[in-house]
Design a protein around this ligand. Structure first.
Ligand code: NAP
Length: 331
């Protein structure tokens, strides 16, 4: 592999543009190509961002020899198809969250990565943000005693736009996959194990997608995660980790945090603040490149087995809701 890692961008939507901004801040990253379903769209994106090659199909990007790793920024229902396309062509893949729409798809995606011996990671920014690593150090070094509970909330108010993916079940829209994944992944990271029981309520709104939900996860030693997520409700975006001796508050927006407070008993002991760049996407891209340079096929900070476990939890949460995405074949 050359000194620089060559990135291809698959799709030209909101987050792909942000990801390109992030890559531009990393000296060892080179953006060699972008692909869209439409050639003109690809050309416009390439021109706007100064990307040398524009492909009018995702297939052409997958086959491009000047690409080492592909960033997948499509709606959830296409993550499997797009990632498999690139991995089968020998490319490494950073796929946006949620990894897929269900665990069956995640299993398939991970199996292809293993068969092709390529790097694959779910783009869960929270895992790579420096402040979150410091919070994890507080937890691991026992600053709040034994961790017993956590609370996390990721909420936003979005208006329905028929062409947008957010509330469109045909595109894997809805609060669980879009923002619920952050709180579930957070619980998974802090407790470091799979829950033994899972329960959730969800409200399916007028557009056929889950507009808001709550989930409770219970772990083997009685630990509990109390999680909320919403796309039509102006709730908070904070997280709290409760231990036997104190608690940690991760301030807005906890999924891309810049501030955390350590409280022992009722006393505020320490506050840490740490800036992030381009919404944490710089740290995430750097992790992909670090792993690729080290010859790793997955990141220790977002292991594939854990991404799969998170998809299993989401399947279990929504099973009683009767919610099905367009390419949902889980039964
Ligand atoms: N990490 C983060 O902070 C973050 C933030 C927002 C979103 N996300 C994730 O990123 C992914 C994309 O979100 P986004 O908000 O960027 O979506 P978006 O703005 O709607 O862009 C999605 C892109 O996917 C492509 N696409 C392929 N098939 C499509 C179809 N049938 N309908 C619509 N678009 C289609 C389109 O690109 P072409 O027309 O060029 O093919 C489109 O521009 C999701 O998985 C989301 O959860 C992550």
């Amino acid at each position: 592999m050359s000194e620089k890692i060559k990135w291809g961008i698959l799709s030209t939507g909101h987050i792909s543009g942000r990801f390109v901004e992030a890559l531009k801040l990393i000296s060892e990253a080179e953006i060699t190509a972008v692909a869209s379903r439409d050639e003109v769209t690809a050309k416009n994106f390439a021109e706007k961002h100064g990307i040398p090659k524009a492909h009018g199909s995702y297939e052409a990007l997958a086959e491009d020899p000047d690409v080492d790793v592909v960033y997948i920024g499509t709606p959830h229902t296409f993550h499997l198809e797009n990632s498999v396309l690139c991995m089968r062509a020998g490319k490494s893949v950073l796929c946006e969250k949620a990894l897929t729409i269900n665990a069956r798809e995640a299993e398939e995606m991970i199996a292809v990565a293993k068969e092709e011996n390529v790097f694959l990671m779910e783009a869960m920014i929270t895992r790579h943000v420096p402040l979150m690593k410091k919070v994890q150090n507080w937890v691991k070094s026992g600053r709040i005693g034994e961790v017993r509970m956590l609370q996390a909330s990721r909420c936003a108010r979005r208006e329905f736009e028929p062409s947008a993916r957010h509330l469109n079940p045909e595109l894997g829209g809805g609060s669980l996959l879009d923002v619920g994944v952050y709180v579930i992944s957070f619980a998974s990271m802090i407790f470091g194990k799979a829950p033994e029981s899972v329960f959730g309520f969800g409200h399916i709104g007028d557009y056929g997608s889950d507009e808001q939900g709550v989930a409770l996860l219970k772990y083997d030693k009685g630990e509990i995660a109390n999680l909320s997520f919403a796309l039509r409700t102006n709730g908070v975006n904070e997280a709290y980790i409760y231990g036997t001796e104190g608690h940690i508050k991760i301030h807005e927006i906890f999924a891309v945090p810049t501030k955390a407070t350590l409280v022992i008993g009722k006393k505020e002991i320490e506050v840490i603040e740490e800036p992030i760049f381009v919404g944490g996407l710089v740290n995430e891209a750097e992790e992909v490149m670090r792993c690729m340079k080290a010859g790793l096929k997955e990141s220790p900070f977002m292991p594939l087995e854990e991404s799969l476990q998170i998809m299993r939890i989401m399947d279990e949460i929504r099973a009683p809701w009767g919610l099905k995405y367009s390419n949902d074949r889980s039964t």
